[in-house]
Design a protein around this ligand. Structure first.
Ligand code: PMP
Length: 422
């Protein structure tokens, strides 16, 4: 790349990029810094961010309150092992999450990535039954879902999606089925779960929207049916709010729209506002109680090095302050209005299959996505950061985005799609 900084030209030959064919990929863009909703490139260009860094940077970049909280914590301790020691930000965060989540979701296991929190929830489910004298080794999961890239989480993703199918012969053999979307399917799902209950540790799903599976949405009643099915069959229910948590779907948590209490909830991404890697698996009291015993073998056998990371938890506490201080539900609602207003007209374009929105998520699905890669540089040329994938062009902007910036994003999508209609 012309005029690129030294760190870029020297380092690029040594880095391995995500989901990327390194031989044929376009060179990635060097980011010098980011502030508000803008990414600043090394050559001086600025891009309005329509993605929030894989849905994490809900407060934008460099938020003063989060930066200050992290600086204060950095002066105290960035990280101290969580075995035998605890720290103030991690305990404060646990208490706050327990207060904010519904029902008796009261026990927090703090890790560093979304995938790890899902792995932890899966291990909790299996060991919950083991500790009660039952071996259950399967998970029921749904077509179109995504829960991570590690071996355990790949085994609860849709195997036909993306590159996970390459690994199918080494993954756990779980039970894949369709998400119930009406009463008849709900009844069938309940019967199916009951029939297999003695093998099944948990049902796992993404609530209201399957993100990486193509932003496919479903109604809150689906979550109610899954909760009922799990109750009737005596199976645990894991809800993965890593993408949806903290107002992305309009409410603080997607489960609030269904008024349900899962047995475990996983959180990450906007939890720290994208300022630090951090995730939490929050479990109900009954799950925790099954591990609470004199027998050391009944303890939860998991403990990542960066567990309870003090700096990350300080960032998360500051992120929660922001979510509490301002009405983020109203922000998501305003974003939704502008997404509807700005994207609906794409429906009239010949290559558009569907336009859909939910909270602060806006999606234009294409009929023929064969040239989708070619759209990426066009968005950059237009001064916005939008990353189409599969057959969708979508927006998940920082929740603090201004009307003008959001209108620029939706206008750009319309104009780029209109000019490239094949
Ligand atoms: N679950 C969901 C719903 C996700 O969207 C993601 C990440 N896109 C993950 C799990 C995995 O999180 P991470 O990339 O932090 O491991």
């Amino acid at each position: 790349m012309p005029n690129s900084p030294e760190w870029y030209s020297e380092g690029l030959g040594h880095i391995w990029l995500p989901y990327t064919q390194m031989k044929t990929t376009r060179p990635p863009l060097p980011v010098e810094s980011a502030g508000g909703v803008r990414l600043k490139l090394a050559d001086g260009r600025e891009l309005i961010d329509g993605i929030s860094s894989w849905w994490a940077a809900s407060h934008g970049y460099g938020n003063a309150h989060i930066v200050e909280a992290m600086k204060v914590q950095l002066d105290k301790a960035a990280h101290v092992m969580f075995g035998g020691l605890v720290n103030e930000p991690a305990l404060k965060l646990s208490k706050r999450l327990a207060d904010m989540l519904p029902g008796d979701l009261n026990r927090c296991f703090i890790a560093e990535s979304g995938s790890v929190s899902v792995e932890v929830a899966m291990k909790m489910a299996v060991q919950y039954f083991l500790n009660r004298g039952e071996r259950r080794s399967k998970f029921v999961h749904f077509r179109g879902t995504y829960h991570g890239d590690t071996l355990g989480t790949m085994a609860v993703c849709d195997p036909d999606e993306g590159m996970h199918s390459l690994f199918s012969d080494i993954l756990m053999d779980n039970m894949l089925t369709d998400l119930p979307r009406n009463e008849t399917e709900a009844t069938a799902f309940k019967a199916y779960l009951k029939e297999h209950a003695s093998d099944v540790a948990a049902v796992i799903t993404e609530p209201l929207v399957q993100g990486a599976g193509g932003m496919v949405m479903h109604g809150p009643e689906t979550l109610k049916w899954l909760r009922e099915a799990c109750d009737e069959a005596g199976v645990l229910f894991i809800v993965d709010e890593i993408f949806t948590g903290f107002y992305r779907t309009g409410t603080r948590f997607a489960i609030e729209q269904a008024d349900i209490v899962p047995d475990m909830v996983t959180l990450s991404k906007a939890l720290s506002g994208g300022a630090s890697p951090l995730s939490v698996c929050v479990a109900r009291d009954e799950i925790f109680d099954a591990f609470y015993d004199d027998d050391p073998m009944k303890a939860l056998m998991h403990g990542p090095t960066y567990m309870g990371h003090a700096l990350g938890c300080a960032a998360a506490n500051a992120s929660l302050d922001l979510f509490e201080q301002e009405d983020y539900g109203a922000k998501a609602k305003r974003i939704n209005e502008l997404l509807v207003e700005g994207l609906e007209r794409c429906r009239a374009l010949p290559n558009v299959k569907d336009v859909r929105t939910l909270g602060a998520i806006g999606v234009v699905q294409l009929e023929d996505a064969s040239n989708i890669e070619a759209l990426k540089p066009l968005f950059v040329e237009a001064g916005v950061w939008i990353r189409p994938f599969r057959d969708i062009v979508y927006l998940t902007p920082p929740l603090v985005i201004s009307d003008d910036d959001l209108i620029k994003l939706t206008n750009t999508i319309y104009q780029v799609l209109k000019a490239n209609q094949t």
